[in-house]
Design a protein around this ligand. Structure first.
Ligand code: S3P
Length: 433
């Protein structure tokens, strides 16, 4: 793809048939990082093939982890607790998960490393991980007084203890959990509400001790050994969300999504859409590798406005842009609140979503920490041109908007879709064929 590719989507076609969304991005990153530091060898099936995960794979290889492709699977040979000092800068590309998780992991290692990323990642806040990790004894430097990448880390000799975070962030929590592997003491961590808990589930599956209260409190003894574990990566609900909304807003749609991860700390998009009157059924649900998975059937439905905020936000944090598209096609008002975190994602997602909706004639008010969308029914948005602002989820959300708009939508700067969901354009075409 060229750096500034465009996608043009014409309205009208219903979404039908059955599709399987690619592997969960969060679990894919963790399956490489956690197995890479563990003792033993593990097979990972269904790893997401997107650029963000490739960045993690390259960085782990630079840290001495053997990662081999074996047919459809990946085989990771763990370093047994000790990484190799990288000879060169670790480039995390666009991936916030890569840089923040690796910053935590490296803080617990007796080595020197430099982490960087693309222009968007270099503009994102890193103090949320470097400040608590510095308090444990790691030494950092970086732009803006160590708050932004490129970041250098000299790790080792950490002492963990009690830490409270102002943000509910799985990236911050996981960075501290990974740092604890090379630390003394007990990590006693609290976040304001529970963020996604894939790391806690994997720690347990890998034989580590850990206590969680289910409300954002977590205790992890330092200095534990992880044992490598085979992982079957479930489908990514954050990718499925684009199809859940596209089918909900497009008349005649009836779509089945197979093998979607339904971890309760990630399923907020289902609850938000149900509250809006969506017709989504869980056809079948099972547990594999400690994660809930299910098949979903979604049919077009008349949506209405709702309120989306509080503890629900961390459970749908990446789905707000596409839920704002659902809101534009839902009668009445939808209020998104408690969304300050959206301003520091791959773009300022509140501003990017509001700008895109306005470009298509939508009625949206931007709040400091939220959005208020006044919706309509089919054709509520006009056609037009939208800028992704360099953000994959904004690009895909506005392709979804086009499905029920009054005229075609041209989305600019969409090569970034490959960071999380390279198959998106082809899968959208196939579901609408
Ligand atoms: C992620 C956590 C979320 C999410 C990101 C992936 C993870 O970020 O937005 O796409 O893999 O831990 P925060 O935990 O910072 O909210």
């Amino acid at each position: 793809m060229s750096a500034k590719e465009q996608l043009r989507v014409a309205p009208g076609a219903a979404l039908r048939g059955t599709l399987r969304v690619p592997g969960d991005k969060s679990i894919s990153h963790r399956s490489l990082i956690f197995n890479g530091i563990a003792h033993g060898q593990a097979k990972v099936s269904g790893l997401l093939g997107a650029l963000d995960v490739q960045a993690t794979r390259r960085c782990m290889a630079q840290l001495g982890v053997q990662i081999e492709t074996s047919g459809q699977d990946i085989v990771v040979t763990g370093r047994g607790g000790h990484l190799r000092e990288p000879e060169d800068v670790l480039d995390c590309g666009n991936s916030g998960t890569s840089i923040r998780l690796l910053t935590g992991l490296l803080a617990g290692q007796d080595l020197y490393a430099v982490l960087t990323g693309d222009v968007h990642l270099r503009g994102r806040p890193m103090a949320r991980v470097t400040v608590p990790l510095s308090g444990l004894g790691a030494r950092f430097d970086g732009r803006h007084g160590g708050k932004m990448a490129p970041l250098s880390v000299r790790g080792g000799g950490l002492q963990v203890g009690r830490l409270t975070s102002k943000v509910a962030s799985a990236q911050v929590k996981t960075a501290l959990m990974l740092a604890s592997l090379g630390a003394e003491g007990v990590l006693d961590y609290r976040e304001p509400s529970l963020s996604r808990d894939h790391s806690e589930r994997l720690f347990r599956a890998m034989g580590a001790d850990l206590e969680m209260d289910g409300l954002g409190g977590l205790k992890v003894p330092g200095g534990q050994d992880l044992q490598a574990v085979d992982i079957q990566v479930p489908g990514d609900i954050s990718s499925a969300a684009f199809f859940l909304v596209a089918a909900s807003i497009t008349p005649g749609s009836d779509l089945v999504l197979r093998g979607v991860g339904l971890n309760p700390t990630r399923d907020g998009v289902l609850h938000a859409l149900w509250a809006m009157g969506a017709d989504i059924q869980v056809l079948d649900k099972w547990v594999s590798g400690g994660e809930e998975i299910g098949d979903l059937r979604v049919r077009h439905a008349a949506l209405h406005g709702t309120e989306i905020g509080g503890g629900l936000i961390p459970r749908l944090v990446d789905e707000v842009p596409v839920l704002a598209i659902a809101a534009a096609f839902a009668t009445g008002e939808t209020r998104f609140t408690d969304c300050a975190e959206l301003r520091v994602k791959e773009s300022d997602r509140l501003a990017a979503t509001a700008a895109g909706l306005r470009a298509l004639g939508g009625d949206v008010e931007e709040l400091p920490e939220g959005l208020v969308v006044q919706g309509g029914s089919i054709g509520a948005l006009s056609g037009g041109e939208v800028d992704s602002c360099g953000d994959h989820r904004i690009a895909m959300a506005f392709c979804v908007a086009a499905c029920a708009a009054a005229a075609p939508v041209l989305v600019h700067d969409t090569a970034n879709v490959a960071t999380s969901f390279p198959e998106f354009p082809a899968l959208l075409d196939s579901a609408r064929a």
